[in-house]
Design a protein around this ligand. Structure first.
Ligand SMILES: Nc1nc2c(ncn2[C@@H]2O[C@H](COP(=O)(O)OP(=O)(O)OP(=O)(O)O)[C@@H](O)[C@H]2O)c(=O)[nH]1
Ligand SMILES: [Zn+2]
Length: 344
């Protein structure tokens, strides 16, 4: 028999046996990737994901960032910075290696935005963070309260604890600005330039220690200065560059950086707008428990910013406490900041 002939014979034997269980969906027969290793996404760049072996909780000495791409079977599932993933394939992290992401673990939080306020299609920016630090300069450029309010809405929607980091306190007094956030109870910290360095960082470090904090802020507020000072020169990103050959400046979305004192910051250089079309007023009121309790008297589908809203009576009766009126006013300010042109 010629080799060719034998090949044909072999082929004739490779027949699919009839499926004994009938039309069982094929997906169920796929391997479950029990051997997948766990990692957490630290960078996303044009379909390539930098994944930290072991995740954010791993010991610094073990830092190994593996480049991976999404396995076909994940389909359109979004994979973002902060996602905990399962990796198979080449997980050595050696130059030129490429692993496959076969699984995305359930997320504890999701920071989202929509393309604009009329767009209900939301994009995930960061997964599994627990704090959102809104970086704003007190002067040069002047603060944009509406932008800050929009970030607060995004934080409350994602159940992230908000934090205001007010930079350039050497140029302006923070009192006037912070007064606007008193009723919201948003913690704030200030930093200022002093000589060659930045002052006020110890308090910031303390607030970020052991947590995963997303940093947002528009151009020129001093966010890079802050990130550099907080992370020092030994950045996790340096290792990613070694693997992918791509640097931070080409990063289009977000990048997670390890803090020397424990915890992670996620910088968002590409986030220039924060569309909030996906935010539901009923979710937002969840961030104001003493008001939420008063929504029972609201008409169905209440926007909580209309004459029929039950919250006015609730607050007038003192049922939301002494700070009720100020809280309701702040809540409605956020509701209004949610719609309109993103001011970012
Ligand atoms: N006076 C003063 N200037 C500061 C302070 N922090 C940063 N700056 C300056 O503000 C400018 C902008 O700082 P960056 O850190 O580059 O700001 P950024 O928010 O990262 O801006 P982009 O790089 O455009 O995204 C720089 O000239 C900094 O030196 C501060 O606390 N006080
Ligand atoms: Zn209402």
């Amino acid at each position: 028999m010629s080799p060719r002939r034998r090949g044909q014979d072999d082929e004739s034997q490779i027949r699919f046996r009839p499926n004994p269980k009938g039309n069982r969906p094929r997906t169920k027969e796929r391997p479950l990737h029990a051997d997948a290793v766990t990692a957490q996404v630290v960078t996303v760049d044009r379909g390539r994901f930098g994944c930290l072996l072991g995740g954010f909780g791993s010991e610094e000495a073990d830092d190994l960032v593996i480049t991976a791409m999404k396995a076909r079977e994940l389909g359109r599932t979004a994979v973002v910075v902060g996602d905990r993933v399962g990796l198979v394939g080449d997980v050595t992290g050696s130059a030129g290696s490429l692993a496959r992401i076969v699984r995305v673990e359930p997320r504890t939080s999701l920071l989202r935005r929509s393309a604009d306020d009329t767009d209900v299609v939301e994009r995930v920016i960061v997964a599994n963070a627990d704090q959102l630090a809104i970086v704003t300069a007190l002067a040069d450029p002047v603060p944009r309260p509406r932008m800050v309010d929009r970030c607060l809405v995004a934080a409350y929607d994602a159940s992230l604890d908000p934090l205001l980091v007010l930079t350039k306190a050497d140029l302006a007094d923070p009192a006037e600005f912070t007064a606007q956030y008193a009723a919201l109870d948003v913690p704030w910290l200030v930093s200022r330039r002093s000589g060659e360095g930045v002052q006020g960082l110890d308090a910031v470090r303390e607030r970020l220690a052991g947590r995963v904090t997303v940093l947002v802020g528009h151009s020129g507020v001093g966010k890079s200065t802050l990130v550099n000072a907080l992370t020092g020169s030994d950045r996790a990103i340096g290792r990613v560059n070694d693997v992918t050959g791509r640097g931070r400046h080409t990063s289009t979305s977000a990048v997670a950086l390890r803090l020397p004192g424990g915890g992670w910051v996620v910088d968002t250089p590409g986030v220039r707008s924060f569309g909030l079309g996906h935010v539901d007023p009923d979710r937002l009121v969840g961030a104001f428990p003493e008001l939420e309790a008063g929504t029972d008297e609201c008409p169905r589908g209440c926007t909580h910013d209309e004459p029929e809203c039950g919250l006015d009576a609730w607050v007038a009766e003192g049922r939301a406490g002494a700070s009720g009126p100020a809280r309701l006013e702040s809540f409605r300010r956020l509701l209004r900041a949610r719609v309109g042109t993103p001011d970012y």
